[in-house]
Every structure is written in C-alpha cells, then in structure tokens.
Design a protein around this ligand. Structure first.
Ligand SMILES: C=C(O[C@@H]1C=C(C(=O)O)C=C[C@H]1O)C(=O)O
Length: 371
C-alpha cells in the first residue's frame, strides 16, 4: 500500500520535473531571442543590473511561495549562467572573424589545443592541427609543418613549455607571415625565442588564457595579453576574444611570471600540500569524507580538481617559474610563524593574521555586487 502511494507521488514528481525542464527550455528560447536583439543593437551580452532584478524578483516570488529564497537564488544563478553561455556562443558564431582566415594549432590535440580549435572553428576559421599523432579520422591533421605552406593568419602554440621553445626556434627558420601566438603558463623560458622571432621580422604576441580547457563560459575569466613589439598583432589577438565576455588584461612580459607565481603557483601548491597530507595521513578517505565540514568539502573539491589536471604541466608551472622558490619560502615562513604562535599561546597574533587576511580578501568583488 505504502509503496504504491510512494510510486504514485514519485510519478507526479517526474511529471513536475518534466514541466520544469520544459519551462527552462522555453526560457532558453527566449534568451536566444534576446541574444539576437543584443547582436542587432550591438549591446553587451551581460547585464548585471538586469540579473540583479531577476534575482530580486525570484527571491520575492520564492518567499511568497514559502520557498527558501537562497535556494531559489542558487538555482537561478545557474540558469542565468546557462543563458550567458548560450548568448556568448551566439555572439562568437555571429562574429565571423575567422571568415576566409586560416589558423594552425601546434599541439592542437592537447586539451587547450582542442579548446582553441573549437573556439576558432566557431568563429569560422579554417583550422589545421599539428601534433605528435592525429586523432581518429582527423582530416585537418598536419604531420610535419615544414612540408606545408605556412600561410595561416594565426599560428597558435599549445605545446608544453619546453617544446614551445623548440617550435619557436623552428618557426624562426620557416618565417611564416601570420601572427604567432604562444599560450604558455610560464613566460621566462620563452623570452629569448619570442624576442628573436620578433627581431627576425615575424609577427609575435604572447597570451595566457587563465582558464582550463573545460571552460564553457568566459564571463569572469581572464586572458592576459603580452606585447612582444607588434601592436597590430596584439590587437588582432585581442580581437579573437572580442565576442566573448572574457576580461582582456594587458601585462608587461617582466611582470607575468611573478604575478602568476601567486595566482597559479601558490594555489596549486596549497592544494597539492592539502591532498598530500591527507593521502599520507593513514586515515581512510571515505571516513574523512563522511565527517566533512563545509570548508573541508569546498577545499576537497578544489584539491580534487587540481589532482585531475595534467601533472607534467603542473610540474612545469612550478619548476620553470623563477619565482617559485620565493613562494615556497613564504609558505615555509608562514608555517613556522603559525607554529611559533601556537607554541607560545599568542592568540592575539593568530587573530591578527586572520583579520589581516579577511581585509585583504574583501577587495575582490562578488558578481552580484557589481553594478
Ligand atoms: C537574458 C538576458 O541576458 C543575460 C541573462 C539573464 C537571464 O538569464 O535572466 C539576465 C541578464 C543578462 O546578463 C537579458 O539581458 O535579459
């Protein structure tokens, strides 16, 4: 009897879920039409003011219906993210920047290489891929770049950092006309080859996309652009990202690795340390996971993502950055300071560290606090 009641109620729930999905799809259809209006009127994709209205409205409706407004907000933040992805792709496809243009991606079968291939194809570029081996049925694969005419508008290096040095030197001999662009996470090892490529008359720009290959939506993400002596090349590289919502940041070559040693180096290290301490703790992972707290869960999620990244790339990011030792020393000093604070019962000093950190971190704006 009870089971029958349960399955009847669940059937009703399935019906409701179908209606929710149908309504979200209908909402998406509307979002696409709004996307078209934005393209026609050349309006920006993201409208924070409108998002705030949508969220406030949905919170009011949730309260009227006796639903938790925070949960309603979370659901709608995801729905809005889906709208933004849709409109961003619409705009990228509509740009047609790649019409009658060719791009070669060296290391194009790696994860970031594939991301670029897809991104450029959406803009209508004809894309060719060079890598160690082709993917199954890959008809745009170039096995040897010395055997083809290098008549591409863009040549993108999505190779490991050490390999990029080799390829840049090789390109200096081949002297292509198009814009050569590396996407390396560490720039110092590329300083000489990039400079001498520029000095030999090639068009060069260095960029660093600050997102992983799984990124769907570029809102709130950054791409760093580094001037290598060719302003037009830099502008063309920036133009590639013009239809997206990515923040385009210009940076001096000299500043890149120092800043990145914090943004990538420190955050990677902390997660590797967290997971290594756990993995070597002798405690069962499932036991800890079952005891989890909010902070532990959040930290675990980030660390788990880090451990799934390419370990050789992550090694290069530490090893090839000349500022890594500074970061490791700062970590070491901080751990020693904490040790001494605890050993000497300096509660005030501990509280001070936490307050100082809180003050530093509040500077970063939250998306819904933007105007
Ligand atoms: C749909 C729009 O585009 C975006 C998506 C929104 C949404 O899904 O509600 C709201 C504002 C925009 O950032 C819009 O501008 O109305």
């Amino acid at each position: 009897m009870k089971n029958q009641k349960l399955s009847q109620l669940r059937q009703q729930l399935d019906d409701i879920d179908e209606q929710i999905i149908a309504l979200i799809a209908e909402r998406q259809f509307n979002v696409e039409q709004i996307g078209n209006v934005k393209l026609d009127t050349k309006s920006p994709t993201r409208d924070y003011g409108r998002e705030k209205q949508v969220i406030n409205h949905i919170r009011e409706v949730a309260e009227q219906k006796k639903l938790n407004p925070n949960i309603a907000q979370k659901i709608f933040e995801l729905i809005i993210e889906t709208s933004l992805s849709k409109q961003e792709v619409q705009k990228v496809k509509n740009s047609g920047y790649g019409h009658n243009k060719k791009a070669l991606i060296i290391g194009g079968n790696g994860k970031m290489g594939q991301w670029f291939a897809h991104f450029l194809q959406e803009q209508n570029f004809t894309v060719e891929i060079n890598d160690l081996a082709p993917l199954p049925d890959q008809d745009n694969f170039i096995a040897d770049i010395t055997r083809i005419e290098l008549n591409h508008d863009f040549i993108i290096l999505a190779t490991p950092i050490q390999k990029s040095v080799e390829v840049l030197n090789q390109l200096q001999q081949l002297k292509p006309n198009g814009i050569i662009m590396d996407i390396s996470s560490i720039k110092t090892p590329l300083r000489r080859p990039l400079r001498s490529l520029h000095d030999s008359g090639c068009r060069v720009v260095s960029i660093h996309p600050m997102f992983g290959p799984d990124s769907q939506l570029l809102s709130n993400k950054h791409v760093i652009f580094i001037h290598m002596g060719d302003d037009a090349a830099l502008q063309s590289a920036k133009q590639l990202f013009q239809p997206t919502m990515v923040e385009r940041v210009e940076m001096q070559f000299e500043d890149h690795d120092r800043l990145i040693s914090y943004v990538l180096g420190l955050s990677h290290l902390l997660n590797i340390i967290f997971m290594t301490v756990l993995a070597e703790s002798g405690e069962a992972a499932d036991l800890l996971a079952n005891l989890s707290s909010t902070t532990f869960d959040a930290q675990w999620r980030i660390a788990a993502n880090v451990t799934h990244e390419n370990p050789d790339l992550y090694y290069e990011i530490q090893k090839l950055n000349q500022y890594s030792p500074t970061i490791i020393n700062a970590l070491d000093d901080t751990i020693n300071r904490l040790k001494s604070i605890l050993h000497n019962n300096h509660q005030q000093a501990f509280v001070h560290l936490m307050h100082q950190a809180r003050e530093y971190l509040t500077i970063r704006e939250q998306p819904y606090l933007k105007k």
